[in-house]
Design a protein. Structure first.
Ligand SMILES: Nc1ncnc2c1ncn2[C@@H]1O[C@H](COP(=O)(O)OP(=O)(O)OP(=O)(O)O)[C@@H](O)[C@H]1O
Length: 240
């Protein structure tokens, strides 16, 4: 077991945002979290990251903690892609002599091997997210928290990054908690999909995704439709 969430509730002083969420996430598992806008998905990740305390309940994460990747790459604009990654390595205590090589390996892992000397504004949105992923991986934490990391990308770039992320996840088997609005993305990447309800955010439903679904477009489409229907119902409730 990697992440244990027990009767987790959260409010910011007003109405509850999250209410009694319990689930456990296995080591190396990839879990996608879906829910309507404002249902508390980011709050859930922030609590797992240790950035926000829970109001009630408990969250247990592995001793090494979690790395975070956001929708906005949040790279330091005055540093090159390589230097952004080297900084993560430095913060982790990697000796200076090894940082350059390790940063290059990480750049190559995300297929940015030739772009290390570019600064963020010289990179496309997809390349910035690749650099951001390399930086998150450079933190070498057992858990990777991803908050809509590909939401701002065009569909083709997003599909490419799905392939990259899957390849890296299969090679490294980190535990991933991936928040998205996009049902197709959740079904494409997740071994399990959690659906949060709105106001308060509860665990409304979950689906285990059979890996065979990924190789069967009809099954993938049917499951996407089923989950989309459930998400729509959550959004409709919320609208009343
Ligand atoms: N620091 C905070 N202080 C007060 N309220 C907050 C804070 N952070 C989030 N909220 C509120 O908690 C609720 C859930 O927000 P959160 O960002 O977790 O939702 P979300 O599901 O990630 O939304 P979206 O999908 O739009 O990104 C919202 O009503 C938001 O206004």
């Amino acid at each position: 077991m990697s992440i244990l969430i027990e009767k987790l509730s959260k409010d910011y002083g007003g109405a509850p945002v999250l209410s009694s969420i319990s689930t456990s996430i296995a080591q190396g598992e990839f879990v996608a979290v879906l829910g309507a806008s404002g249902c508390g998905k980011s709050t859930l990740l922030n609590i797992v990251a240790g950035l926000e305390p829970p109001t009630a309940g408990a969250v247990t994460v592995p001793a090494g903690g979690a790395a975070f990747m956001f929708q906005d790459a949040a790279l330091l604009p005055w540093l090159t892609a390589r230097a952004n990654i080297e900084l993560a390595l430095q913060l982790r205590g990697v000796p200076r002599a090894q940082r350059k090589d390790q940063a290059q390996q990480l750049l190559e892992l995300v297929h940015l091997g030739d772009a290390g000397s570019k600064r963020p504004h010289e990179l496309s949105g997809g390349m910035r997210q690749r650099a951001s992923l390399a930086r998150a991986l450079g933190q070498d934490k057992p858990v990777l928290l991803m908050d809509e990391p590909f939401a701002a990308l065009d569909a083709i770039t997003r599909d490419l990054l799905h392939e990259e992320l899957e390849r890296i996840w299969l090679a490294q088997r980190r535990t991933v908690l991936f928040v998205t609005h996009n049902v197709r993305e959740a079904v494409r990447l997740g071994q399990r999909v959690l659906l949060l309800s709105s106001r308060p955010g509860r665990l409304a439903a979950q689906w285990d995704i059979d890996p065979l679904v990924r190789t069967d477009p009809a099954a993938q489409a049917a499951l996407t439709q089923e989950i989309t229907q459930a998400l729509r119902e959550e959004i409709r409730h919320h609208a009343h």
